[in-house]
Design a protein around this ligand. Structure first.
Ligand code: AMP
Ligand code: MG
Length: 422
């Protein structure tokens, strides 16, 4: 059992003017709206794209009545009375893709394979395991019911039916469903164009030679990969030094070419750079203190027509604010209507966690199954907002609600698996 010490470095829980996580999210969501166009894609590259128009079927699926099992297609009038045996002549054989030619007569049956088209007049299939075959005759007992083992035309989808709504993000089964209608190309929403840059004199890009007092940029790479994963078209604008003119130019350029702009760093009270000052002049930006840990300082607003997210500088805070705030906003802007829920599950906490009430905490956790088959979770250890490994080692956020105070070992906590987010 470990007790974690809460770091209070940038947290003043009694400070006025802070927003709750939910208020901040609602403010952001109400400020954004869908901003996509439409483009044609081929079915084979459509997975994870968002439908722009509903898909309406112009055919029945299946298109013809067919057998649900391997067996014998008969007329129900030929089923025997209770206690009797019917003896039917096998007059043909149907395999899938090769329909029967000719009429079925009373007293006859057709051997049929699964998916084979039902002969006209046949309406019932007897499973091959349920009959006795003697030469060219099939013996059928009285346990069968009329109409059994037949798939009706249009049973899955009927002609004219809307099978997928606009705003659906296409999953593999949905791709299969569209293919089953014979549709090769259709309209999806165009990707959001998102500009990403980092700020700070100390921030180096990968490939730069190490410099004393500097760090390698991680935020730009984590944000860009998160954006790519949800299908955004990303403009990597690099690192902008802490110089007002360079920052101003970068904001102007980004707002001309992108629907959304992401930066990280430079928005906290103590930030020794010009981002905040330049941003205040460049657009209509709110600088919020959100009652959360990590991720308290967040800038949000717009620069001309582009929505602006100024995420905190610390790498874990970047990930938390991206997934808790930016992701739902981006989904709304992308025109996604289903599903906007990121499920949480209850898990038993295997350790105590110190917490003060009055802010929501997003601890990084390892979720697993306990011996009694219940979900259990522990933290990844050190939870500082700069310790990105705490996020990389984790598979879930442990969400400690606003009002909650310290967690005792064995208490139930809410957990959001990363698999629901990325
Ligand atoms: P700031 O809000 O700009 O003072 O940044 C807070 C902390 O995050 C500082 O330790 C920064 O060096 C760090 N930081 C800022 N930007 C990045 C970045 N792109 N990648 C990694 N760390 C960063
Ligand atoms: Mg900075």
């Amino acid at each position: 059992m470990t007790t974690l010490t809460v770091q209070n470095s940038c947290d003043d829980e009694n400070e006025q003017g802070t927003l709750t996580v939910n208020n901040a999210l609602q403010n952001m969501l109400s400020a954004v709206s869908e901003r996509t166009g439409s483009e044609q894609v081929h079915l084979t590259s459509a997975v994870d794209r968002i439908l722009d128009k509903p898909i309406v079927s112009s055919i029945n699926v299946p298109s013809h009545r067919n057998a649900a099992v391997d067996g014998y297609a008969i007329m129900q009038a030929d089923l025997p009375a209770s206690g009797e045996i019917a003896r039917l002549n096998i007059t043909g054989r149907v395999v899938a893709g090769h329909p029967h030619k000719g009429d079925l007569q009373a007293g006859d049956c057709i051997q049929i394979m699964t998916g084979g088209q039902m002969p006209d007049l046949a309406d019932t299939v007897i499973m091959q395991e349920h009959v006795e075959v003697h030469g060219n005759t099939v013996h059928i007992d009285a346990r069968h019911s009329a109409g059994q083992n037949v798939r009706q035309a249009g049973e899955d989808i009927h002609s004219g039916q809307t099978i997928l709504q606009a705003g659906s993000k296409l999953t593999p089964p949905q791709i299969g469903l569209i293919a089953s209608l014979g549709i090769a190309e259709f309209q999806v929403k165009t990707p959001l164009v998102v500009a990403v840059f980092s700020t700070g004199d100390e921030v180096l890009s990968i490939g730069d030679a190490p410099r004393e007092g500097c760090i390698y940029d991680s935020n730009r790479y984590s944000i860009i990969s998160a954006l790519k994963k949800i299908g955004c078209s990303v403009l990597d604008m690099g690192v902008i030094a802490d110089e007002p003119d360079k920052l101003r130019n970068a904001f102007e350029l980004a707002s001309k070419s992108a629907d959304v702009i992401f930066t990280s760093g430079g928005v906290s009270v103590g930030a020794a750079d010009y981002t905040k000052q330049v941003l205040s002049e460049a657009g209509s930006i709110n600088f919020w203190k959100v009652a959360m840990k990590p991720g308290r300082p967040i800038a949000f607003g717009n620069i001309d027509d582009a929505i602006f997210f100024g995420l905190p500088g610390n790498p874990v805070a970047v990930m938390v604010t991206f997934y808790q705030f930016a992701l739902p906003c981006l989904q709304k802007m992308m025109g996604l209507t289903t599903p906007l829920i990121t499920p949480t599950i209850n898990a038993r906490c295997t350790q105590s966690i110190r917490k003060i009430s009055g802010r929501t905490e997003f601890q990084r956790g390892i979720l697993s199954k306990a011996a009694d088959d219940e979900w259990q979770v522990s933290t990844t250890g050190q939870q500082g907002s700069g310790i990105l490994k705490s996020m990389s080692d984790a598979n879930a956020f442990i969400i400690l609600e606003h009002q909650r105070s310290s967690v005792k070992e064995g208490e139930w906590v809410q957990v959001q698996p990363f698999s629901a987010l990325f």
